[in-house]
Design a protein around this ligand. Structure first.
Ligand SMILES: [Zn+2]
Length: 92
């Protein structure tokens, strides 16, 4: 039992470490998009690439945070749906 508990704690710590590793990358990717828009290298569109609907605010969705300028422009509902699907899919 004691051994099992220690194992579980290790698992939790590993998950926390993984999250912390990912978050700075997320921030960096968002910053890169912001900077690119400011420089004029990227333009935030007004339509979602998935549903094609025109929205006031289109979000940049990253498939890979290591490629901060490879993005899919999505409306908020499509972005949420995509992120949810990504969480459910097993990572290759
Ligand atoms: Zn959409």
């Amino acid at each position: 039992m004691k051994r099992y508990k220690a194992k579980a704690a290790n698992k939790i710590q590993a998950a926390q470490r993984a999250r912390r590793r990912l978050d700075p990358m997320k921030d960096r990717a968002r910053d890169a998009v912001r900077r690119a828009i400011k420089k004029g290298a990227l333009t935030r569109p007004t339509t979602c690439e998935r549903c094609g609907e025109e929205k006031k605010w289109i979000e940049a969705s990253h498939d890979d945070y290591r490629l901060p300028l490879v993005i899919e422009w999505l409306c908020a509902p499509c972005h949420r749906k995509k992120d949810k699907a990504a969480l459910q899919e097993p990572t290759p």
